[in-house]
Design a protein around this ligand. Structure first.
Ligand code: E4P
Length: 290
């Protein structure tokens, strides 16, 4: 059962249906699931293909991803399933649009994950204009969040998720939770068409802090969700404080949300590195000769 006062939607970050079943059984509810190429590469069946030297062809990988998303969607028909486009630094908006429109036919409850780069934002503007749902991923700055808001103006509430990656900011010594706080504050007076999905959650402290801040959605790995279930699904008390020991604070910026998306600083080194890693993990599953 969902805790009575829980307002945040809880997603599983993973790409293994057996794990989804386990988490659903432990929690008694689940609001959605996020996938990405790195998680796909950890899927037991995908891993077995790779280890046995029987990699996917460049078309079979999409069939595999589609079947996986269909299985997840059948388990979570009322929830949302995020499906990520393949993108590297050279991928054009047109190539992202082609994948996105195809993914959108796979299941009725897809959010299409696009990188928060100029190409991804251009694709997001087109897709939301077509009434499709997107999840803007690899977000590491408040100005990227402002750009997402501007690029997707006019979208319906719930149609746009924004995924700031807190764990990866922590990894380089910055307090990722500050970014969530800053973006929520920036979006508070807005029309609410972009929902904040706290991603790259590594610990129960991240999870509890995101709840305390009022993140619209949190996606967390099975290990964190199972530990939360085991602890009785506690919610943070009103006096909850997050201990960001050894992490440098990320100051809040004052940004207007009224500019065009091209006018915001979009680039971030962690977005570039993340894109590269996702592309490498996707390609590691493919037999380039097939
Ligand atoms: C989810 O949408 C993200 O892709 C995921 O949370 C990234 O997590 P990581 O930084 O642990 O890879």
């Amino acid at each position: 059962m969902r805790p009575e006062n829980l307002k945040t939607r809880i997603f599983l970050d993973g790409a293994d249906p057996a794990e989804t079943r386990q988490v659903m059984a432990a929690l008694g509810f689940l609001d959605g699931q996020t996938t990405n190429p790195s998680l796909l590469a950890k899927n037991p069946e995908a891993k077995a293909h790779k280890v046995s030297g029987n990699k996917f062809s460049s078309t079979a990988i999409y069939d595999f991803y589609k079947a996986l998303c269909q299985e997840l969607s059948a388990m979570l028909p009322q929830g949302s399933i995020s499906i990520e486009v393949y993108a590297d630094a050279a991928t054009t908006p047109a190539e992202m649009l082609k994948q996105a429109r195809s993914f959108d036919t796979w299941i009725p409850n897809a959010h299409i994950k696009l990188p928060t780069t100029a190409a991804g934002l251009e694709a997001a503007a087109v897709l939301t204009g077509e009434g499709r749902r997107v999840n803007m991923t690899l977000v590491f700055s408040q100005s990227q969040a402002a750009a997402v808001y501007a690029a997707t103006g006019g979208a319906g509430r719930g149609d746009v998720f924004l995924s700031p990656f807190i764990g990866r900011l922590d990894d380089r010594g910055e307090n990722g939770m500050d970014l969530i706080r800053n973006i929520l504050a920036m979006y508070a007076p807005s029309d609410g068409h972009v929902e904040v999905l706290t991603a790259s959650v590594r610990s129960m402290a991240h999870f509890q802090c995101a709840l305390a801040l009022g993140s619209d959605i949190i996606t967390a790995p099975a290990s964190v969700l199972l530990a939360w279930a085991e602890a009785g699904k506690p919610l943070p008390r009103a006096d909850y404080t997050y201990k960001a020991e050894g992490l440098v604070p990320i100051p809040e910026e004052v940004l207007s949300l009224n500019k065009s998306w091209q006018d915001y600083a979009i680039g971030h080194p962690l977005t570039d590195a993340g894109l590269e890693k996702f592309a490498a993990d996707w390609n590691s599953l493919i037999d380039m000769q097939a």
